[in-house]
Design a binder for this molecule. Structure first.
Ligand code: BGC
Length: 381
């Protein structure tokens, strides 16, 4: 009896949340915390975590944090890393279905993940889209991520501030974007250009190399980095330095994440022309980039606290297993209009990213317990 009244309360609360449209917030600590109060999961329930890659540092942490949270709720957890190979990931998802997983969390590699998501749905196994929107399908209902447009805006804002674009003239920039197969890459770029485009239009900022100002522009594909591969970004930066950007002194490079930022820095250092490095953006708060930010080699990163995304996702999974609408205790904005797979708009829980420079790095990355001060100083664990 107590249980059914409680469940009803949850459903009513969830209906209230979805009824008021786009900019809803899940409370930081709701009065009736559903996950904490819900009965523990049966110990035999299996959850699958399909993680896209390990060559970008964060994903190992995502898997560890989610596994720990789910195990703490009483679940068994199966983790599989796809090494950036979608057919490998699709097989891993099929295996999870065969093993009897009740929910599968998928950080996809490409749109071809849709096939595995659809087979899982047919077998009665719901998928949660994690960090990257799985496009080309309507076979799942929830997406948990950071506000990806805001990530890009923070990068654009960092360039605007560092170059004082409101008053400066004729500053030079070159542009990099993430993998064209990753839906996030478009959001990061469009967010950055949301801040920078007015200065390109006014001439305060001049782009050397391909110059898209929106991910829908035909030339966007020329600045993307297949598979988020550092070697590809480094090679492209070398080509720019000996070609389209040779005659100018770069003031900034828009780099979409830390792995690519460091690749760009490697090419600039090798070139020898830059005694002072340009402003260089990043994302993920990776350890070596944290060290380089403290040393002034990289200007900023965007920290996305993956501990919180993992916790929110574990809570969503727990709700789905229990047959209730996910209500998270972590702070997330519910967005029901932005993330369109091409087949449907998916209900999304968006967490807040934080811009990190030398000034607030210790507060955000060390005081928060994400890294130790020693690890930041060394640039490795
Ligand atoms: C993630 C970033 C990450 C990139 C490369 C994106 O989808 O949101 O955090 O740097 O993939 O792995």
């Amino acid at each position: 009896m107590r249980r059914s009244v409680f469940t009803l309360t949850l459903i009513v609360a969830a209906m209230g949340l979805t009824a008021c449209g786009k900019k809803e917030e899940t409370p930081a600590a709701p009065a009736a915390a559903p996950v904490a109060s819900a009965p523990p999961a049966a110990p035999s329930v299996l959850i699958g975590l399909a993680i896209p890659e390990t060559n970008v540092e964060r994903w190992v942490g995502d898997a560890e944090f989610m596994k720990k949270d789910l195990e703490g709720m009483g679940y068994k957890v199966d983790v599989a890393f796809a090494d950036g190979d979608q057919s490998k990931q699709n097989k891993q998802i099929e295996d999870m279905v065969t093993k009897g997983a009740k929910v599968i969390v998928v950080g996809s590699v490409t749109e071809a993940a849709a096939q595995a998501v659809e087979s899982a749905k047919k077998a009665g196994v719901p998928v949660v889209s994690y960090d990257r929107l799985i496009t080309g399908t309507d076979a799942y209902d929830y997406y948990l991520t950071f506000d990806n447009f805001k990530v890009g805006q923070l990068q654009g804002q960092a360039i605007k501030d560092a170059l004082a674009l409101d008053t400066a003239k004729g500053k030079h920039i070159t542009l990099f974007a993430g993998s064209p197969t990753d839906n996030n890459a478009r959001f990061f770029f469009d967010g950055a250009m949301d801040v920078l485009k007015p200065f390109v239009t006014s001439g305060a900022l001049k782009i050397c190399g391909p110059a898209p100002t929106n991910s829908a522009d035909a030339s966007w594909s020329k600045i993307t980095t297949e598979g988020w591969a550092a070697d590809k970004a480094k090679a492209r930066m070398e080509t720019l330095l000996s070609g389209a950007c040779k005659a100018v002194k770069l003031d900034a490079v828009l780099a979409p994440n830390d792995t690519l930022a460091r690749a760009v820095i490697g090419a600039l250092e090798q070139d020898g022309k830059y005694k002072t490095l340009p402003v260089i953006t990043g994302q993920d708060g990776e350890l070596l980039s944290a060290k380089w930010i403290m040393e002034g080699k990289q200007t900023m990163t965007v920290f996305k606290d993956t501990r919180v995304l993992a916790k929110g996702t574990a809570e969503a999974v727990d709700s789905i297993v229990k047959g209730v609408e996910p209500v998270l205790t972590v702070k997330a904005r519910i967005d029901t209009t932005t993330y369109n797979t091409g087949k449907k708009v998916v209900k999304s829980f968006l967490l807040e990213p934080v811009a990190v420079t030398k000034d607030n790095l210790t507060k955000e990355l060390v005081d928060s317990g994400f890294y130790t001060a020693e690890a930041v100083a060394k640039g490795t664990k």
